[in-house]
Design a binder for this molecule. Structure first.
Ligand code: URA
Length: 286
């Protein structure tokens, strides 16, 4: 048996949406009514914009008749349901990230977070690698197949190139000295199917965790490797245009640069990537 909400008022509509959001939060994916619904009979226009029909003009001597009741039957479109699920996910991510007071707690909060669908298809949560005390934090995109299998960021061919690139300026994920160490994380900790790019909605849901991750690790410099971290932190697209220019995000100096996977595909871009690495080295020395 369900509760009944009067949706003939704005407050009622808000209450109905809040109840719906709560159900989505609880994992509800289907709605089954007591009576069969012929979907072809549903009104074409959204009931939220339905206005009561104007009352027919009355003779002055007649008592005014009540206007026919508007049909406010909630008709939840797939888009609205998706939007609600995304909003609920962002709110849940914000609450979970805010409650995490250290990196261990943040990892546990991510492991318990069920609102991002990518988690269902991934084998591992790829939380971080390297040294959390490092002055330089690398933010990558999302795990590929190798990272998903191993549960670590930047392994496989791209990881090998990554290590060579940073070794060339004296930085390593294996160093325990904060001055020469690297700390690695991704803006999406679960592998998207087929290694596709995370969608803007998926990135928005993970952003509270990324912000908290940066706040807890507190690096001096952040390197954004590839398009997804630029989209997540800078709200900007086009790594080839953004790369090599220092900017600021969350109060930290940020350097966007090409992702090692792109450099493996387009070796001609390695020359510019070398310039970006030298800019990082100079900033650390200054
Ligand atoms: N690409 C990334 O951005 N991160 C990884 O961990 C692996 C590949």
């Amino acid at each position: 048996m369900g509760i009944e909400i009067d949706t003939s008022t704005p407050a009622g509509v808000q209450a109905a949406l809040a109840a719906l959001a709560w159900q989505i939060d609880c994992g509800v994916t289907e709605f089954i009514g007591d009576d069969p619904v012929n979907a072809y009979d549903l009104p074409e226009k959204s009931p939220w914009s339905a206005k009561p029909a104007a009352a027919a003009p009355q003779a002055p001597t007649q008592r005014p008749q009540a206007a026919p009741a508007a049909d406010f039957t909630p008709q939840i479109s797939a888009e609205l349901r998706q939007q609600l699920a995304a909003d609920v996910g962002v709110a849940a991510a914000e609450a979970a990230a805010r409650a995490a007071h250290d990196l261990k707690a943040l990892r546990e909060a991510l492991a318990a977070f069920d609102h991002c669908e990518l988690k269902q298809g991934a084998k591992s949560l790829v939380f971080s690698g390297g040294q959390p005390s490092a002055r330089v934090m690398i933010l990558g995109e999302a795990p590929d197949r190798d990272e998903d299998l191993e549960g670590k960021p930047f392994v496989g061919a791209a990881g090998a190139l990554f290590d060579l690139m940073f070794a060339a300026i004296g930085l390593s994920r294996d160093s325990t000295d904060p001055a020469t160490a690297l700390y690695l994380a991704n803006v999406m900790p679960w592998r998207p199917p087929g290694n596709r790019a995370p969608t803007p909605e998926e990135l928005a849901m993970m952003r509270p965790f990324v912000e908290r991750h940066i706040a807890l690790a507190n690096p001096n410099i952040i390197v954004l490797m590839g398009n997804a971290p630029c989209a997540a932190l800078l709200g900007a697209k086009g790594i080839l245009r953004l790369r090599g220019k220092w900017t600021t995000a969350l109060g930290k100096p940020v350097m966007p640069m090409a992702h090692p996977t792109d450099l493996l595909r387009n070796p001609a871009n390695k020359r510019e990537a070398w310039g970006d690495l030298l800019a990082i080295k100079a900033r650390l020395a200054s």
